[in-house]
Design a protein around this ligand. Structure first.
Ligand SMILES: [Fe+2]
Length: 484
């Protein structure tokens, strides 16, 4: 993070004598990025942080991608009971998509972490979908709950301790988990989406949200410093013993053993620290006409961005199209993770789904969704998106959860009642003949008659759909809108 903060005990100046109650010196450590020219922090340990023992390799984390030369829209279903609990908050991570810049994984841990972890390879963005608990880090403690982003920068030692979901959320009147999540047997602690950097860059707010010289959030930013939850006490564990710290580096988990508790910092300050941000604290930017996806941007790193599609008011021009236009994101692959809301406009999309749209194919509203949403005023959908500038590749795990029918889901009549050959071209009704019959002086660009916007045509399967073009749909005031 760009702005300065501090926690715990600090000496008056940097690099001066700072003594423990027993008279010995605390061990100062500078935690620097970008060759000590980027954000950094200064910590004071009870023990020298260099005292580690017993390093050994544990497991490879190298991701194997498949179908790297195939461009296809994908729908990966991880919701419901499809992804059984596995491992802990580190070993249970199942990478689904990635490239040389980032990896995207979903985790449904079966057990608590019996160790501390350090990702020395990249920054982590953990989006907590279900569950709650506490994240103890070397820079302090952050409680987390549903829909929190946890940003844990590279090198931070931490552990996640989950609440038992059954005890924390309980059952609703229908006997189902009160958080509307999967069964407690399927998801005993929680589940999260993980996006981590693999290119050495750091996650942070978009540069356009903060002032150039001082990093303060600007007025147009959809969130600001007050929305971020920084580490708090407890900070320090003064305990001796054997404590394993698993370190991810070079696509390999190593285990180092500390002979003291690894969270032994008594104080720190600087601009490099973990924090939490709840997606409900993102204040969506809305407009009279459709706003482009960058207004949803929440974080960025080199070559990819993370966006939050939150419940919001829809476009308020009287003739606005409420669902996004068809679009080709020519330089990006898009992956959406669906969190909550009604995804009825996207056939087959459900909570926990991920869709992947490669840069080579235009995408947009599903058949029937445009007309059906014209009178809507709000959307309740919630989704997290990761856009990458380089092609994303699926893993074998993603293919095992892939909905093969998804690429064909746009097929079918979007505008029933439209008859070929009856278009109004520049005010001229073209006779139902071949294009060769066009008068040469008529420019062959179809301009839709204004009638289209005043006559609502039912989508297939909706009320009055069989009555023809004169029927009128009755949309509610909440759209089933596909976010981007
Ligand atoms: Fe898109």
């Amino acid at each position: 993070m760009p702005y300065y903060t501090k926690l715990g005990l600090l000496p008056q100046k940097r690099h001066v004598q700072f003594r423990r109650p027993d008279g010995c010196l605390y061990s100062e450590e500078l935690f620097g990025t970008e060759g000590f020219t980027g954000p950094s922090g200064t910590m004071y340990h009870i023990h020298p942080p260099t005292q580690v023992y017993g390093w050994k390799p544990i497991a490879s984390t190298k991701v194997e991608y498949v179908e790297t030369d195939i461009m296809r829209m994908r729908h990966v279903t991880t919701g419901g009971q499809r992804m059984p609990p596995r491992g802990d908050s580190v070993t249970g991570r199942i990478v689904l998509f990635g490239n040389a810049d980032c990896e995207m994984a979903v985790c449904n841990p079966a057990e608590q972490m019996p160790y501390h972890f350090k990702n020395a390879q990249g920054d982590e963005c953990i989006f907590v979908h279900f569950g709650s608990g506490v994240c103890h880090t070397m820079l302090g403690t952050i409680r987390f709950g549903p829909k929190d982003y946890l940003i844990i920068p590279k090198g931070i030692i931490y552990t996640l301790i989950w609440d038992k979901r059954a005890e924390k959320v309980g059952l609703n009147a229908e006997g189902k988990p009160a958080d509307a999540g999967p069964s407690f047997e399927n998801t005993p602690f929680g589940r999260f989406l993980l996006i981590e950097t693999t290119n050495g860059s750091h996650l942070g707010p978009p540069k356009r949200y903060v002032s150039k010289d001082h990093g303060q959030f600007l007025e147009h930013s959809p969130y600001c410093e007050r929305d971020l939850r920084l580490p708090e006490l407890p900070l320090t564990w003064d305990i001796k013993g054997d404590f394993p710290v698993r370190i991810k580096a070079r696509d390999l988990i190593h285990e180092y053993v500390y002979h003291y508790h690894p969270l032994d910092v008594v104080g720190w300050d600087g601009c490099y620290y973990p924090y939490a941000f709840n997606i409900d604290d993102f204040s969506p930017i809305t407009g009279k006409l459709h706003m482009p996806p960058p207004i949803h941007q929440t974080f960025e790193a080199h070559n990819f961005v993370i966006c939050s599609f939150c419940p919001r008011m829809l476009d308020y021009h009287p003739q606005s199209i409420k669902v996004p236009y068809n679009h080709s994101n020519l330089d990006s692959d898009e992956v959406l993770y669906y969190v909550e809301g009604n995804f009825g406009s996207r056939k087959g999309i459900e909570v926990g789904s991920l869709t992947a749209h490669p840069q080579g194919i235009p995408h947009g509203p599903h058949p029937g969704t445009i007309e059906a949403s014209l009178l809507a005023t709000h959307t309740a959908e919630l989704a997290v998106m990761c856009d990458t500038f380089r092609p994303l590749h699926p893993t074998r795990a993603a293919l095992e959860l892939d909905d093969a029918k998804y690429p064909a889901s746009w097929q079918g009549e979007h505008f029933p009642g439209l008859s070929t050959g009856k278009m109004h071209l520049n005010g001229v009704t073209v006779p139902p003949a071949s294009a060769a019959a066009f008068p040469r002086e008529v420019h062959p660009v179809p301009v839709l008659h204004a009638e289209v916007n005043t006559r609502l045509i039912p989508a297939p399967g909706t009320e009055n759909a069989t009555n023809g073009a004169a029927a009128v749909t009755k949309p509610g005031n909440t759209a089933n809108v596909w976010a981007p």
